[in-house]
Design a protein around this ligand. Structure first.
Ligand SMILES: [Zn+2]
Ligand SMILES: [Zn+2]
Length: 255
């Protein structure tokens, strides 16, 4: 009991929750800090447009769903795993807004080449925003906007509350769940603007695509996506066989 009482307040790592010595004043244990600093993807063959892992001889599963090229490019510093997954889950489900500040610097770096005019966060439904007290994508957009000197505009609204995408395991259902979910915010004028859409995690890409469609209909000159992390399972959202579906259900929380 004594060591616990003597440990400094706030010495819980914001990513993994372990009590630990904090490093450089950041609320992270050395291991999680190392993971956060190690942004980027090393080993895999990636789709240059959307950063999905490509399997030999296969077309990109995410780009295949966007033949109109509504989203021209995706930027993301991290994969959705380890410390990054821990931070995003805390940001979404534990009210831990400092997680956004820990993720934003590498996002801002990743977006350096985007050449966007404006950041647009993926909106939350009214009910979920009330429950959570904030929209995590808006927080990330604000922090990235400050670092990149870009304005943030909430040009989209969620016009109906959708089921959580994490509970849906096929791309068709994910797309159906989002059909008509987004609309332009009243008074929002995005004509001719190069938009960088901001989200926390991209999994199947269905959410970003639904948002991009509305932004394009509103006259956006370009839509690119910036997210904190890409879920490595994005490629499996084809039409899963029964066996694959079973495996999906068993796996832990997907965004
Ligand atoms: Zn940690
Ligand atoms: Zn792709």
């Amino acid at each position: 009991m004594l060591p616990h009482l003597l440990s400094p307040v706030g010495a819980h790592c914001a990513a993994c929750g372990q009590t630990s010595d904090i490093v450089d004043g950041l609320p992270l244990c050395p291991d999680c800090l190392a993971q956060l600093l190690r942004a980027g993807y090393r080993t895999e063959a990636l789709c240059p447009r959307c950063l999905s892992v490509l399997r030999a001889g296969q077309a990109c599963p995410v780009c295949r769903r966007d033949p109109e090229r509504l989203i021209t490019r995706t930027f993301s510093p991290y994969r959705y795993r380890g410390a990054v997954r821990g931070l995003i889950l805390r940001l979404k489900f534990s009210g831990d807004t400092q997680a956004a500040a820990l993720l934003a610097p590498r996002m801002a770096e990743a977006a350096e080449e985007a050449g966007a005019d404006v950041l647009v966060p993926v909106p939350l439904g009214r009910r979920r925003q009330l429950e959570r007290g904030y929209n995590q994508s808006f927080l990330l957009a604000m922090l990235v906007g400050r670092l990149r000197g870009l304005p943030v505009r909430e040009c989209l609204v969620r016009v109906r509350n959708t089921r959580r995408q994490s509970g849906i395991h096929t791309i068709q259902e994910r797309q159906r769940n989002l059909a008509g979910a987004f609309a332009p915010a009243p008074g929002a004028d995005i004509r001719g603007q190069r938009v960088l859409l901001v989200d926390d995690v991209r999994t199947s890409g269905a959410t970003a695509l639904a948002c991009a469609r509305v932004l394009r209909e509103q006259g956006a000159a370009d839509v690119q996506l910036l997210c904190a992390a890409i879920a490595p399972g994005a490629g499996r959202y084809f039409t899963p066989t029964k066996q694959k579906k079973k495996r999906c259900r068993k796996s832990s929380v997907m965004p």
